[in-house]
Design a protein around this ligand. Structure first.
Ligand code: PBG
Length: 326
């Protein structure tokens, strides 16, 4: 096996040859578009640190979903900005909460689109933490019924997938049980299984106004230094009934995506998060990098690592580019 008999460049000579030996293909089928729902009508509030992304009132959000669907994007994931935040995050599980209303409207307008609902309290609590606070700490077990109640509200509203992102222990089992008891046995559960305490969530917290008002999330989200712990988290969530497991963020955690993909026989989602998006936007704006090439390369690498689906704010532009190159 050596030169000159072996010449790997032979297979790189033409575009068609390269197309035939390509190992990883990015498809519109892999994409999930995150959207932020806000109260009101005809509201579009741009998010400064995420150029091209805005908080949308339900009417505009439905339009955005129609566009995504027309581009062939199979799914969206919805986040909500409530009217009022309180210590228990009540609007997360209120029947007329912003996300429940958005889900119903989207499913009515675009029934084919798979609607995911992020399940967490941090957008809805005045303290910005992902759970209930007791004695200055996030109380894991007291948080579970509120998360389960939120998931149930979204399932009732018509969500196809509920995706808990809070990182409380036992939340997958708690949600599955409540959904099943209420007759929502077919609602898919995607757990943010390996979710790291990451600086890459900065722009999202601006978008959702969900920055913790004291302390940080290190007591529940994972230490970026840990890999084996991610496998434990995934194993536990699968035991509790998760259908899809997520790794988040994506780019700094490609090794985790690969390990989860290799060790478990379930679909793996990766979240190409707000900070990853913001970094590319900022550099591309200055023409320091080629936006299209760098986005496609980034998402291809996430797929190559083993992600079956990618939640990404780039979804619409990517869908467009993939259409053009076909
Ligand atoms: C809610 C949640 C967050 C993200 C998704 N769900 C923020 C956080 O944990 O602080 C981040 C998404 C992104 O950065 O794009 N817990």
């Amino acid at each position: 096996m050596s030169f000159p008999v072996n010449r790997p460049r032979r297979l790189r000579r033409t575009a068609t040859l390269r197309r035939m030996v390509r190992e990883t293909r990015l498809s519109v089928d892999d994409l999930v578009l995150p959207l932020f729902a806000i109260h009101g009508t005809s509201v579009r509030e741009p998010i400064a640190s995420m150029p091209g992304v805005a908080r949308l009132s339900v009417d505009f959000l439905v339009e955005e979903c129609r566009e995504a669907h027309a581009l062939g994007i199979p799914a969206v994931i919805l986040f909500g900005i409530p009217q009022r935040k309180d210590p228990l995050g009540s609007e997360a599980y209120a029947d007329d909460g912003i996300v429940s209303r958005a889900i119903t409207a989207v499913k009515e307008a675009v029934p084919d689109l798979v609607v995911w609902a992020d399940v967490c309290l941090c957008e809805y609590t005045d303290h910005g933490h992902c759970g209930v606070i007791r004695d200055g700490q996030v109380d894991n077990d007291a948080t579970l019924p509120l998360l389960a109640g939120s998931a149930l509200a979204y399932a009732r509203a018509g969500a196809d997938v509920v995706a808990p992102s809070d990182m409380m222990d036992g939340r997958v089992g708690a949600i599955r049980e409540v959904l099943d008891e209420a007759g929502f046995g077919d609602t898919v559960l995607c757990s943010y299984a390996a979710k790291y305490a990451s600086a890459f969530y900065g722009p999202f917290r601006e978008a959702a106004g969900s920055t913790p008002q004291f302390g940080d999330r290190l007591g529940y989200q994972m230490d970026p230094a840990n890999a084996r712990e991610a496998l434990l988290e995934v194993a536990l969530d699968l035991e509790e009934g998760a259908d899809i497991v997520m790794v988040k963020p994506a780019l700094a955690y490609l090794d985790i995506i690969l390990r989860v993909h290799t060790e478990f026989e379930v679909p793996v989602a990766a979240y190409n998060v707000s900070g990853e998006y913001a970094l590319i936007c900022a550099a591309a704006e200055r023409n320091w990098v080629d936006r299209r090439r760098i986005v496609l390369e980034t998402l291809t690498s996430i797929r190559r690592a083993g992600a079956d689906m990618i939640l990404t704010y780039h979804a619409k532009e990517v869908a467009q580019w993939l259409r053009e190159t076909r």
